[in-house]
Design a protein around this ligand. Structure first.
Ligand SMILES: C[S@@+](CC[C@H](N)C(=O)[O-])C[C@H]1O[C@@H](n2cnc3c(N)ncnc32)[C@H](O)[C@@H]1O
Ligand code: SF4
Length: 419
């Protein structure tokens, strides 16, 4: 598996050089994002209980630790904003992820105000919600703070899968009532795809229940077995996964939904929820990442160390990668194609050179294999391309993300990481 990602990397980068992340002392400021419109991301790592399949950076909630963490978040925002310049910068969107950010609901208004004093957020504010937090008072607090989109981690409405994942039952009636009383522009619901024994009928029932509860956007994330999580869930074989994905895609197209990324389907174009597919973003909080023109930075995963660095007036950056131009191009293409479409002009605007001049042969091969088509200057992933992107993404996640997060969970400030 590692060999596949390594060979692909060498071929695309025309280099044996791996991705090498250096330790960062927190004294070197992030690259300024002049002339760009970054997305903003804030990580809130607290959960009431910890799910054994979940790879994200999270700790059990305590009021005291959460308050200390929020104070450190304000400090990080101020430090980063100072580097970004004195004038208020345009930012596309703001997303709160976790963890379960609503555990800090009463403090989010303050964070949003601090961010808005430095950034003009033009495209709304999104937040990940645990089903336990879908109540009228919490939704009212979030809406009053400025949240416009929510994404609820249902995982499955069905008891057999809830039991498998160790999740509590969800009450769809209570959820529908709360979402009706406090509406949001986008209500997305997350489900896990390719659980053992899962059928297209299971997923169809989940999606219908989601729409009945008030969702207008659905995400179905393929189950990934991370090496450092405790769960040991059997993986669905490749052919069964492909069949299931095709059946689910048919169901969403038949209901008039539009695919807005590999794993997400929207009731219409206006309903969006995505914190990932941005050309540039600034991340705040532990485990948050920052992507600029030439750099990728990742913060420490340790809540304690995060707060300590900020108390010392230093940034909580743990590792930093300085991209070569070609590495940056490959990274850009990966996330753009995640949305299933790549407008050629956007590559040229970003890198100042036509995509076909740099990756002409790879694009021709992808067309020949039936992974993409081209029309009106847009490369569009085909259904076959979607499946193979997913298949490759699984390898990539295990070879890169699993290795990076596995290390970062153990070591707050590693010396070096080579991927
Ligand atoms: C941070 S969690 C969601 C917010 C909230 N904490 C919750 O549990 O509802 C983000 C999403 O990642 C997905 N996820 C978590 N672990 C996963 C895994 N091992 N494989 C695939 N998706 C996973 C789940 O669908 C989850 O809703
Ligand atoms: S799935 Fe959600 S609630 Fe469960 S541990 Fe992960 S972030 Fe926390």
């Amino acid at each position: 598996m590692g060999i596949l990602t390594t060979l692909t990397r060498m071929w695309l980068l025309r280099s044996f050089r791996p991705f090498t992340f250096q330790a960062d002392s927190g004294e070197c400021p992030p690259e300024a994002m002049e002339g760009m419109t970054p997305g903003l991301y804030v990580h809130i790592p607290f959960c009431r209980t910890l799910c054994n399949f979940c790879p994200y950076c999270k700790v059990r909630y305590s009021r005291e630790l959460c308050e200390r963490y929020l104070q450190a978040l304000h400090q990080e925002i101020e430090l980063v904003a100072k580097v970004q310049g004195t004038s208020r910068q345009r930012a596309s969107s703001l997303y709160f992820g976790g963890g379960s950010p609503a555990l800090a609901a009463e403090h989010l208004g303050g964070l949003i105000t601090t961010l808005q004093s430095h950034f003009d957020i033009t495209d709304g504010i999104g937040l990940e919600l645990h089903p336990d937090d879908v109540t009228v008072p919490i939704l009212q607090t979030l809406k009053a703070a400025g949240v416009t989109r929510v994404s609820i981690g249902i995982q499955s409405f069905q008891e057999k899968f809830q039991r498998l994942l160790g999740r509590k039952p969800v009450n769809p009636q209570a959820m529908a009532h709360a979402l009706q009383c406090v509406p949001f522009e986008t209500v997305s619901m997350d489900f896990i795809f390719a659980l053992p024994g899962q059928t297209a009928e299971d997923l169809r029932r989940d999606a219908e229940q989601a729409f009945d509860c008030g969702a207008n956007h659905v995400a179905i994330y393929p189950f990934i077995q991370f090496s450092f999580t405790e769960s040991r869930t059997p993986i669905m074989p490749k052919a069964a996964k492909r069949r299931l994905l095709d059946e689910v895609t048919d169901f969403f197209s038949a209901t008039g939904c539009h695919r807005d990324s590999i794993w997400t389907f929207a009731r219409n174009e206006g309903h969006r929820y995505s914190s990932m597919s941005r050309d540039n973003f600034l991340g705040f909080g532990c485990s948050a990442t920052t992507l600029s023109r030439h750099q990728f930075r990742i913060n420490t995963f340790s809540v304690e160390e995060y707060c300590r660095r900020l108390d010392e007036g230093r940034l909580p950056t743990s590792l930093r990668l300085d991209f070569t131009v070609r590495q940056r191009m490959v990274y850009w293409i990966f996330w753009k194609i995640y949305t299933t479409r790549l407008p050629l002009v956007e590559f040229e605007q970003f890198f100042g050179v036509p995509l076909m001049r740099v990756f002409g042969r790879e694009i021709q091969l992808a067309k020949w294999l039936g992974f993409v088509t081209e029309a009106d200057g847009i490369l569009q992933l085909t259904r076959k391309g979607v499946f193979y992107f997913h298949h490759y993404e699984n390898y990539y996640t295990l070879a890169y993300i699993d290795k990076m997060w596995g290390l970062m969970r153990e070591t707050p400030f590693p010396q070096r990481l080579t991927l």
